[in-house]
Write a protein that binds this ligand. Structure first.
Ligand code: FAD
Length: 422
């Protein structure tokens, strides 16, 4: 086998998925994975159940040393890649180590976005992104009585319920009047809010944080958070010991940018996950395709399988033909994905469009008492979106029907009741 070295920067879900897809018979003599985190790869999605005390780090760490060894993979922890030298084809870490590459994958993910408000840099302010964030929350838990989670998207709701499960008081602040407003409408939001209130979480919607005020000594603790009730422009404040920001993410593109690789919101890639530089690829939350960036794993799984096939073909033998972006089986395409809230006892699945417009028809079923809400949006008798709260048994089936794009006219009378009735 020719000496072909693959270097991967980042050891998150995207990197791990590419390694899994490359398999044992990959075309590289060695693969070096460089991670700035101090621990082996873990399933980031499962940080929510970890925070809630429903799983362990061991259970969310999928591979052991033998798995890596059998694939000629070396993982280097606490290696922050500082620079990419595209001329000499090597990456340089902040500690001075150099790694030469024949092929390079950028899988640097993203980081928490923390709004620029006074006090946001205090000690007891964290994002919800990494194991270190969860460890920080666990370290603080014995000393705190109240936590505030800012942002009630998927992550914020999971952070709030996770913290609440440890018995502390939790306030969930959200700027939009609708919770998880990227996945849900106002009816679903009201059901979720009721459930969160039942669990003892203080939910405040339509509120924008203005300022965090800390005491000085001995440690910096947040004492108060000031926020504005946006609709009425009323300023309020509450005492809190810990603030968790779940207010979005920013792609880690700076490393690529400083190497002259084309970037927009993320590292720009084509449908074969190639960047503007030869032999350099990107995928996952650090990348941008057709103006889109990513915050969920489903598209990343597709990117990983496309990239793995691409690497197999590019680096296997000299005779292999270059792949064509015109091949629909091998090039990345955007599609809708099913989003799930991971809070035990609260089932919410959302796919595609959830607010009606002039071109859509709505089928819906609501049982407020039972906490069940189903909404299906149709355009030209085809499903373009579905929202299931409380009963998610058929969400995957709705998703398949939507992907197939067939007319559901024949199923329509019983569609809301699910596959068993159709
Ligand atoms: C708590 C939580 C719950 C989630 N739940 C869901 C869910 O239910 N469903 C869903 O679809 N998605 C969920 N997500 C989102 C999902 O985890 C991400 O989409 C996914 O992890 C992105 O994978 P990635 O490999 O692109 O980035 P990451 O997983 O962030 O990995 C990037 C890695 O690169 C490292 N890195 C960055 N720069 C450097 C450098 N210069 N040198 C070395 N290493 C570097 C980072 O430290 C990180 O380890 C959740 C995310 C979080 C935080």
């Amino acid at each position: 086998m020719a000496t072909n070295i693959l270097v991967i920067i980042g050891n998150g879900l995207a990197a791990n998925r590419v390694l899994e897809q490359l398999g044992e018979n990959h075309p590289f003599s060695a693969i070096h994975v460089l991670s700035d985190e101090p621990v082996a790869h873990y399933n980031r999605i499962m940080l929510s159940p970890l925070l809630a005390g429903e799983t362990t780090l061991n259970a969310i760490t999928p591979h052991d040393k033998e798995w890596y060894q059998s694939r000629r993979i070396s993982v280097y922890l606490k290696q922050n890649v500082e620079r990419i030298d595209t001329l000499t084809q090597q990456v340089i870490c902040s500690g001075g180590d150099h790694f030469a590459y024949d092929a390079l994958i950028l899988a640097t993910g993203s980081r928490s976005f923390v709004p620029d408000i006074p006090g946001a840099d205090a000690t007891n302010v964290v994002g919800f992104r990494s194991l270190r964030d969860v460890d920080t929350m666990f370290e603080r838990l014995p000393d705190i009585q109240h936590a505030t989670v800012i942002g009630a998207g998927l992550l914020g709701v999971e952070a709030a319920t996770g913290l609440r499960s440890h018995g502390i008081q939790v306030t969930l602040l959200h700027r939009n009047p609708v919770l998880m407003n990227r996945q849900m409408d106002a009816t679903a939001s009201a059901l979720l809010e009721k459930e969160l209130l039942n669990r003892g979480i203080d939910v405040r919607t339509g509120c924008t944080p203005l300022k965090l005020c800390s005491s000085n000594a001995p440690k910096l603790h947040i004492n108060t958070i000031q926020f504005e009730q946006t609709e009425y422009r009323i300023q309020q404040q509450l005492d809190t010991d810990l603030v968790v920001f779940a207010t979005g993410i920013i792609a880690n593109k700076e490393l690529a940018e400083s190497a002259g690789i084309h970037c927009g919101q993320g590292i720009q890639v084509d449908a074969l996950m190639r960047t503007s530089h030869p032999h350099i690829y990107a995928l996952g939350e650090c990348c941008e395709f057709n103006g889109n960036t990513y915050g969920l794993v489903a598209p990343i799984w597709e990117q990983a399988s496309i990239l793995a096939r691409q690497l197999h073909q590019q680096y296997q033998t000299d005779q292999q033909q270059r792949l064509s972006t015109a091949d629909p089986l091998l090039s990345y395409q955007e599609r809708e994905h099913l989003t799930k809230l991971k809070v035990s006892g609260v089932d919410i699945h959302s796919i595609g469009q959830f607010e009606a417009d002039s071109s859509t028809e709505v089928l819906q079923l609501l049982d407020e008492h039972a906490g069940i809400y189903k909404k299906i949006l149709l355009r030209d008798e085809r499903i373009v979106g579905a929202l299931c709260v409380g009963d998610v048994a058929d969400s995957h089936w709705y998703y398949e029907l939507m992907q197939q794009g067939d007319s559901v006219t024949a199923l329509r009378p019983t569609l809301l009741f699910g596959q068993a009735y159709c």
